[in-house]
Write a protein that binds this ligand. Structure first.
Ligand code: ADP
Ligand code: MG
Length: 521
């Protein structure tokens, strides 16, 4: 049977299978007990995350290329995070218009004047891509069987995330689910077998990178205290099912590694303090035992609203400590969209990676423009203000990430509503011309059957040491491509948000996996 032949009864039967798997395996969002529409429940309440009912077609070669490219992106972002002068040049230009950049940079300057207590750093990154059709005009489609000339599809980077990268556990579980259903033939679609659905070990890979950081801390610190990893989290967290599997996986290490979740910033301030050698000392809630923190794994502290005066002191204490930061504050700043835009300028990639690798990375870039009062910025402003050209662009805040983009035709009206001096906070990105695929999605907000667009996030993990002497030289201790996320949304939706209910976790379906020839059958 083809996807388009599935009846409503077929889909309902698949959904039953899916929801049982999701409930059994923690593919869930936890609803806080304080949610307004809940009547103070005494038991926990959760609901399944939005998922695809049927894995969505994606070309194998482009998928593999994204994973292959990740170790080069890891190398690039390791180098950027150690090139303080280059980063400062970018941040300086934007400090007036972006208070968040200023806050983070000032914390870094305090840490620097104290002298950094730890030279080893850990990164858990995610590079997001969409397929881009290089056809001029019209929408390309990825049909069943006939994948359409996939050679004309390129992966293009949406953004590069360096801080608090989410989704790995959900992606891992949803892939396992589709592979399980595929092996049983439960999707009822002839082409879907577990053999053309890729494996994803993102949870284990992320745990392995945290384990490597923890072990090296133990070796270097020569401490007699017990050590543990600290995961900063936001209060009233709906996403525990994405965070907890990493913690549980660490408990399977030999010997097991304890990880404590601590809310940013109140609880961090209550439970943590710096010792005489700037050890980060954590008092556990279980019997007041004191641990020395080996790794600070940040899953909070990305929202400017978290940086109250206490939030600022909290981030400073964590950064100033001798715990290994995942990631450091400079690595956090490296993930700003303004950095992404600067990297597209001619010759900039070559500052960090070989010419050959620069060419590989550059092929994934869409045109990105500065939006300041410079000559280039003025040219970009013209494109964004013109109602004819605006639909081909997306306006993004240059420095702080998350949910604030302005899409296409909304750009001119948005710009008219804010003072012109604030425009420099933004960058302008050309819209990726994603091919349409047929998909079936279900989330609490919608059931969608029809054209969809997918997004692949290549996860990278790394561990490096800054060498003494201040030249920014690094010794890379680990650099791995570590699984992926795959999310799909209805094609007419601009943003991608599983939490808000219009994006769904999914698993790529390779229709061309076995020929290795793009477009082969
Ligand atoms: P955020 O920091 O909000 O995650 P992103 O750059 O990831 O910002 O953009 C959010 C979403 O908007 C993406 O996940 C993608 O669905 C869509 N998007 C962003 N940039 C583009 C683009 N150039 N072309 C098409 N869609 C885009
Ligand atoms: Mg994003």
């Amino acid at each position: 049977m083809k996807v388009t032949d599935l009846s409503e009864d077929d889909l309902a039967a698949i959904q039953l299978e899916l929801e049982d798997y999701q409930i059994t395996h923690g593919s869930l969002f936890k609803i806080p007990r304080t949610a307004p529409d809940l009547d103070e429940p005494t038991v926990a309440i959760a609901r399944p995350v939005g998922v695809s009912l049927i894995p969505t077609a994606f070309p194998y070669l482009q998928f593999q290329h994204a994973l292959f490219t990740q170790s080069i992106f890891n190398e690039l972002y390791i180098k950027i995070a150690e090139d303080e002068l280059w980063l400062e040049g970018i941040i300086h230009k934007f400090q007036e218009t972006d208070p968040f950049a200023t806050i983070l940079w000032q914390i870094w300057e305090r840490v620097k004047s104290d002298g950094e207590a730890q030279s080893v750093r850990c990164g858990i990154f995610r590079s997001d891509y969409m397929l881009h059709s290089i056809h001029n005009g019209g929408k390309a489609t990825i049909g069943q069987k006939n994948i359409g000339a996939t050679a004309e599809l390129q992966i293009k980077q949406v953004e590069f995330n360096t801080y608090s990268c989410a989704g790995a556990s959900h992606a891992n579980i949803v892939t396992n689910m589709h592979r399980y259903l595929g092996a049983k033939g439960a999707h009822r679609v002839t082409e879907i077998k577990s053999t053309n659905l890729p494996k994803n070990n993102a949870i284990e890979e992320i745990a392995a990178s945290l384990e490597a950081a923890h072990r090296i801390y133990d070796q270097l610190a020569e401490t007699s205290r017990k050590t543990a990893i600290l995961m900063t989290v936001q209060p009233e967290n709906v996403n525990i099912c994405d965070e907890r599997p990493i913690e549980y996986s660490l408990s399977n290490c030999d010997p097991p590694i304890p990880l404590y979740r601590v809310e940013f910033s109140n609880e961090v301030m209550q439970r943590c303090r710096l010792g005489p050698k700037r050890e980060l000392l954590f008092t556990s809630p279980h019997g007041d035992q004191v641990f020395e923190v080996s790794v600070v794994y940040q899953r909070a502290g990305y929202d400017p609203g978290e940086y109250t005066p206490q939030g600022i002191e909290t981030r400073y204490m964590l950064e100033a400590s001798r715990a290994i930061k995942c990631p450091t504050i400079l690595s956090h700043i490296s993930g700003f969209k303004k950095v992404q835009q600067e990297l597209t300028k001619p010759g900039v990639l070559e500052r960090f990676v070989s010419t050959e690798n620069a060419a590989v990375l550059r092929r994934t870039f869409m045109p990105l423009y500065t939006f300041d009062a410079s000559e280039d910025g003025v040219a970009a402003r013209k494109l964004a203000l013109d109602e004819k050209s605006a639909p081909s662009y997306i306006l993004k805040p240059s420095l702080d990430g998350g949910g604030h983009n302005i899409y296409g035709k909304d750009i001119p009206g948005f710009l008219a509503g804010i003072p012109q001096h604030a425009w420099s906070r933004y960058i302008l990105m050309e819209r990726i011309n994603a091919p349409l695929t047929q998909g079936v999605l279900v989330s609490p907000l919608m059931t969608h059957r029809g054209p969809v667009v997918s997004e692949l996030g290549a996860i990278g993990t790394c561990l490096w040491r800054r060498e003494a002497g201040g030249a920014g030289n690094t010794e890379v201790l680990r650099n791995a491509s570590s699984g992926w996320t795959f999310k799909t949304k209805p094609s007419d939706v601009d943003e991608m948000s599983v939490v808000k209910g219009y994006g769904c976790f999914d698993c790529p379906l390779f229709l061309d996996a076995f020929t290795g020839i793009p477009g082969g059958t």
